[in-house]
Design a protein around this ligand. Structure first.
Ligand code: F6P
Length: 326
């Protein structure tokens, strides 16, 4: 196993609150173990373009509480090509970087796995995405903060909804996973929840809208994950307004505001633990693994396993919501 001297760290894909706390932890743990830390800017794009700078401990001071990512992020189609990855490798050689910590989601780890194999360089991943859609970890960095943002926002929408006796469709992020919608829905007392993972949701929604027990309610909140199988919030709202004229329907699409803001205490804690664990994994000669957090313990999950499996969303939570919503 080659000796490590310099570790590069990057953030890639959609940013998530807590990524800065993870960068801080990676840089400081790297220095603690006697190595040098390098920041790679704008994810794989910066690796291909050579946007790489040495980071000292003070460079990551006062960032644990900041949202976004000081390393910036990007989605990089060029890294999907062999030529793109070869250019990136040249830049690592130029700086003498011999190991990487990549912070991101599924796409980030897919690229990382290929890169590690092609150029025989150890790479460890840290799951950072508000979607919580990674197999092998109970939580991804950013999910808890985004969930709290969803809950605070829906509470406000509920205030105005009940003043006007309205029904709101609130669309939250999650192209392929319904964690934000499902947990956010239960936490706000939503009347219905539409997620990508469940079947027969349109029928269930209609059943609720037809149920006479729904009538005395002065507000109705339907949480819609953007990737659900029924359609976008606007589309569903149009149909419902037409087919159920007794409801005064409005739509709120929360969008990218869910990705911003100061990370919650839990996300800071999780990111700090994962950052140190990622560097320690490299120290223990681990490679092509994601550092996860399962049952309150740090675990190592091979990239190919986390990429190949769907996230472990507990669909029975929908039944809990059905018990609670009428
Ligand atoms: O993966 C995180 C995420 O925020 C998804 O929930 C959302 O669908 C997507 O990123 C949006 O991506 P972009 O910021 O590139 O439009």
């Amino acid at each position: 196993m080659a000796r490590i001297n310099k570790i590069g760290v990057l953030t890639s894909g959609g940013d998530a609150p807590g990524m800065n706390a993870a960068v801080r932890a990676v840089v400081r743990a790297t220095i603690f173990y006697g190595w040098e830390a390098y920041g790679i800017y704008r994810g794989y794009k910066g690796m291909i373009e050579g946007d790489i700078r040495k980071l000292e401990s003070k460079d990551v001071g006062n960032i644990i509480q900041r949202g976004g990512t000081i390393l910036k992020s990007a989605r990089c189609p060029e890294f999907r090509t062999k030529e793109g990855r070869a250019k990136a490798y040249e830049n690592l050689l130029l700086h003498g970087i011999d190991a990487l910590v990549v912070i991101g989601g599924d796409g980030t780890f897919t690229g990382a796995g290929l890169f590690s194999e092609e150029f025989d360089i150890p790479v460890v991943g840290i799951p950072g995405t508000i979607d919580n859609d990674m197999f092998g970890t109970d939580f991804t960095i950013g999910y808890d903060t985004a969930l709290n943002t969803v809950v605070q926002t829906v509470d406000r929408i509920k205030d105005t909804a009940s003043s006007h006796d309205r029904l709101f469709f609130v669309e939250v992020m999650g192209r392929g996973a319904g964690f934000l919608a499902l947990t956010g829905g239960i936490a706000t007392g939503a009347e219905a929840i539409l997620i990508p993972e469940a079947e027969g949701q349109e029928e269930k929604l209609n059943k609720y809208l037809n149920d006479e027990r729904a009538e005395p309610k002065d507000s109705h909140i339907i949480l819609v994950a953007e990737g659900n199988t029924v359609g976008g919030a606007e589309e569903i709202a149009k149909r419902v307004a037409k087919e159920f004229p007794k409801y005064d329907v409005r739509v709120n699409i929360l969008g990218h505001m869910q990705r911003g803001g100061a990370p919650s205490a839990f996300d800071r804690f999780l990111a700090s633990r994962m950052g140190v664990a990622a560097v320690e994994a490299l120290k223990d000669n681990q490679r092509s693994i994601m550092v996860g957090f399962k049952n309150h313990q740090i675990v190592h999950v091979p990239f190919n396993k986390t990429i190949a499996h769907s996230p472990e969303l507990n669909k029975t939570l929908l039944d809990i919501n059905d018990i609670l919503n009428l």
